[in-house]
Design a protein. Sequence first.
Length: 234
Amino acid sequence: MDVVIIDKIVQESTREYVYRFLKSNIMQLRLIPGSALSEKEISQLLGVSRTPVREAFIQLSQEYLLDILPQKGTYVSLIDIENVDESKFLRETVERVVVGIACTEFPSDKLFELQSNLALQELCMEQKNYLKFYDLDEEFHKTIFVGCKKARTWSMIQQMNTHYNRVRMLNMAGGYNVTPVLNQHKELVLAIKEKDVALGIKTIERHLNKVKFDIQELYRDHVDYFKQQNPVLR
């Protein structure tokens, strides 16, 4: 099992630790879609009892990341295009409004965070560190929501975004035409700085629609990761 063992956080319960370990490895595609998981194997790997592993399995199944099939076993869920499409719809609907707010009024300290984040994104591009770029991408969008006092809205979106984010991770980890992502982030920061609502909304619409055009190429190269054949996003 090609996974990364993470450190347990102080005051974190065993169930929370197992959940975080599994979700991290699923989202980073170290546990690939369709692969089987064993309670016994995970408990031995982490040195914990099987009960917190079972509880983590249940929680991850509720987030559509694991399929628990009675009498058959537990499997990392295949990427479901209907799930991706619904998440994309939610992000498009909500984030264009949030970006409009950001382009009207945005705290200077959060703008500085966005600009600092951009500098690190450029460094990751130079070093071809696409996994770190993904983390910075997530933090970039979260900062916009937080700056607009919509942190809880961001958390709600993230609960639905598991399949959508695996597609994005697959895209970035493979280095599939990541440059436009960075350029669009720069345009978003410019729009927020200049209070240009039209530019901000136009840019976020193009930005979130990128996955629509990437999905066919990703499917071609990783057909076994997807639930549907010939996936198409609306």
